[in-house]
Design a protein around this ligand. Structure first.
Ligand code: VG1
Ligand code: CO
Length: 539
C-alpha cells in the first residue's frame, strides 16, 4: 500500500561539491532523508519509464537508506531499480552500471573519504543518465523542491533481501539485485593488458592495496588477487565496515599513515595504492616515495601509450584549477587539448561527452578517464601498475624521469578547518576585493603578476561558474584559495600552493614551499581572522 506522509522542509539540503553530505545524525532526523529523495523524484518526469541504480560504500545507515529509497521509488511508480548486492557499489562502478545499462540515474550512498558511523558523516551522490553527478542546474532544481516539500510518498512493503542476486517485483516496480563487481572488472580488462599485469603481479614484485575498510575491498580481492594473481593478503583493510574500523577512509599521508610507514620502512614493498571509502580516490606510493596527485595526473598522461585502450591516441586532458600546472606542460608537449575546470568531477562530464578530453584529475587524489564519469581509484592503480610493468622502473625513477623532462611543480594543499562560516565568507570576499591591488606587490621573494577569481565557462552548456581565487607570481608560482564544499563542520578554507623549478628536483616540498605558504597566510590574513597560525591538515 502506498502512503502519503505530510512533512516540512529542512533548509540545509543544498548539494555541495559532491552531492549532499551531512553528519549521519543530521541525515537520520525524521523525514530528512525521505524529503531529499522525494525532492529528487519531484524533478524527474515520467518516473514510470525510469530506472535507477542504488548502492553505497557500506557505511553506517547504508542499508536503512537503501530500503527507504526502494519504498519511496515504488510509491512514486519508478519502473525499475538496480541494486548492488548487499547494498555495495563503488562510485566508479556505479557510474559504469548506469552507462552500461542505460539507466536514468543513480543514488550512491556515501560521504566518500569522510569518516562513517553514527558520529561520522553520511551522504548521497545523485547521478543522472550521463553516469556522473548531476549538473549545477539540476541540483538547484532539487534544492528548490527541498525548500517547498510538504509530503512524500512511501510504500509499506516489507524490506527487500539485498543479499540474493536476482529479479523481484513489488508494487509495480522491478528490483534487480546485481553483482556490483563483475562488469566493472570486465571494463578494466577492456582498458588494460591483464596478461602484462598478471606477469608483474605473479613475479617477485611486491604490491599492497589498502582499501581502508571501504567499498573497494571486495573489488580489490577479486581483481588483484583472484584474477591478476597477486598473493593472498595483497589487499589490506579489505572488508567494508560500517565505521571503516574507526579509520578515516581518506587515502593521504595523514590518514593512511600505517601504509605510508610501511612504504618508508626497510621492509617496504615495491608499490602501494590506497583508495577512499567509495573508491574514487587513490594515493600512489613507491618504496620511500609519495606521488603527489597532481604529478600522478601528469605522469599518467605522459604514458598514455602504455595502455591498450589509449594507444591509438587520446583526446585532451583536464584538471581542476586548484591542481598543479604539471599536466599542462605534458599536454603542450603531446599537443593534446588542455582544459581547466572548477573543483568537482561533474565539471569534467561535458568535456568527456563532447570528446574534448580522455583523461582528467584533481589534486585531491582523484584521477580518471572517459571510460566512466567519475574518478576511479582502481583504474589509477592499474594504470600505474601498467607503467611499472612496461618501464620496469621504480615509482621514484618514473617520477624523477618525469621531472627531468618537464621540471617539477612542488605542491602542497593547506586546509584550515572548522572556521565559522561568516568568518570564512568574509575572508574570501575581502580577499576577492583586494585582488587587483595585489598585482605588482612583492612578498619576500615573490612578486604578484596576476590575481583574479577563477571563472569557468562551460563550452557545452555555456554556463559560467566561479570557483576559487588565484594569485600568480612572476616566477610561475601560484596560490589558489577556495572554500570546501564537502565539509560538515563549519567552513574549511583550502589554500593550494605551487612552485615550479627545473633543478633541485628531489627536495622536500615543505622546505621548498615554506616561504610561499607563509605568503599565502599573509595575503589571506588567515591568522588575524581565525587565530590559526598553521593549517590543520597539509596534504
Ligand atoms: C573535495 C575535493 C574535490 C573533490 C570532492 C569530492 O571537495 O577538494 O577535489 O572532487 O572533495 O571528492 P571540496 O569542495 O571539499 O574541496 V570525493 O572522493 O567525493 O567524492
Ligand atoms: Co570519494
Amino acid at each position: 500500500m502506498i502512503e502519503t506522509i505530510k512533512t516540512t522542509p529542512y533548509t540545509d539540503q543544498k548539494m555541495g561539491t559532491a552531492g549532499l553530505r551531512k553528519k549521519t545524525k543530521v541525515i537520520m532526523q525524521p523525514n530528512y532523508f525521505e524529503n531529499f529523495i522525494q525532492s529528487i523524484f519531484n524533478t524527474i518526469p515520467a518516473l514510470n519509464q525510469k530506472s535507477f541504480l542504488i548502492g553505497g560504500d557500506g557505511r553506517y545507515f547504508n542499508k536503512v537508506a537503501i530500503q527507504k529509497i526502494i519504498k519511496i521509488a515504488a510509491a512514486n511508480q519508478v519502473k525499475k531499480l538496480y541494486i548492488g548486492q548487499n547494498g555495495l557499489v563503488s562510485t566508479p562502478a556505479g557510474s559504469h552500471i548506469i552507462l552500461e545499462n542505460k539507466l536514468d540515474g543513480g543514488f550512491i550512498l556515501t560521504a566518500s573519504h569522510n569518516p562513517g558511523g553514527i558520529g561520522g558523516d553520511f551522504g548521497i551522490k545523485y547521478a543522472n543518465a550521463t553516469g556522473g553527478q548531476c549538473q549545477p542546474a539540476e541540483s538547484q532544481a532539487i534544492y528548490e523542491q527541498t525548500q517547498k516539500i510538504n509530503e512524500y510518498k512511501i510504500s509499506d512493503m516489507p524490506d527487500i533481501d539485498l543479499s540474493q542476486i536476482g529479479l523481484t517485483r513489488c508494487e509495480d516496480m522491478e528490483i534487480e539485485i546485481i553483482d556490483p563487481i563483475a562488469d566493472y572488472i570486465k571494463l578494466m580488462e577492456s582498458i588494460f593488458d591483464f596478461n602484462q599485469l598478471r606477469a608483474l603481479l605473479k613475479s617477485d614484485f611486491r604490491f599492497v592495496f589498502d582499501a581502508m575498510n571501504g567499498v573497494t575491498g571486495p573489488y580489490g580481492k577479486k581483481l588483484f588477487e583472484e584474477i591478476l594473481g597477486a598473493p593472498a593478503g595483497t589487499v589490506i583493510h579489505a572488508t567494508p565496515l560500517e565505521d571503516f574500523g574507526g579509520l578515516h577512509p581518506d587515502p593521504n599521508l595523514i590518514y593512511a599513515k600505517p601504509l605510508v610507514d610501511l612504504m618508508f620502512s626497510d621492509n617496504a614493498p615495491d608499490f602501494a595504492a590506497a583508495n577512499d571509502g567509495d573508491g574514487d580516490r587513490n594515493m600512489i606510493l613507491g618504496r620511500r616515495f609519495f606521488v603527489c596527485p597532481s604529478d600522478s595526473l601528469a605522469i599518467l598522461t605522459d604514458h598514455y601509450q602504455t595502455i591498450p585502450a589509449y594507444r591509438n591516441g587520446i583526446f585532451g586532458v583536464a584538471k581542476s584549477a586548484a591542481t598543479s600546472m604539471a599536466v599542462k606542460r605534458v599536454a603542450e608537449a603531446l599537443k593534446i587539448g588542455y582544459y581547466e575546470v572548477p573543483t568537482g568531477w561533474k565539471y569534467f562530464i561535458h568535456l568527456m561527452d563532447s570528446q574534448r578530453i580522455t583523461l582528467c584529475g584533481e589534486e585531491s587524489f582523484g584521477t580518471g578517464a572517459s571510460h566512466i564519469r567519475e574518478k576511479d581509484g582502481i583504474w589509477a592503480t592499474l594504470f600505474w601498475l601498467s607503467i611499472i610493468a612496461q618501464t620496469r622502473k621504480s615509482v621514484k625513477d618514473i617520477a624523477l624521469d618525469h621531472w627531468k623532462k618537464y621540471g617539477r611543480s612542488y605542491y602542497l594543499r593547506n586546509d584550515f578547518e572548522k572556521i565559522p562560516q561568516e568568518t570564512a565568507d568574509k575572508l574570501m570576499s575581502d580577499l576577492q576585493n583586494k585582488l587587483p591591488s595585489l598585482i605588482g606587490q612583492t612578498f619576500g621573494s615573490y612578486t604578484v603578476n596576476e590575481a583574479y577569481p577563477f571563472i569557468y565557462n562551460d563550452p557545452v552548456d555555456h554556463t559560467s561558474t566561479q570557483n576559487g581565487l588565484i594569485v600568480h607570481f612572476k616566477d610561475g608560482s601560484r596560490i589558489v584559495y577556495r572554500l570546501s564544499g564537502t565539509g560538515t563542520d563549519g567552513a574549511t578554507l583550502r589554500t593550494y600552493i605551487e612552485r615550479y623549478v627545473t633543478d633541485d628536483l628531489l627536495e622536500n616540498p615543505e622546505d621548498m614551499l615554506k616561504e610561499l605558504c607563509g605568503v599565502s597566510r599573509q595575503i589571506s590574513e588567515i591568522t588575524i581572522r581565525t587565530g590559526k597560525e598553521q593549517p590543520d591538515i597539509i596534504t
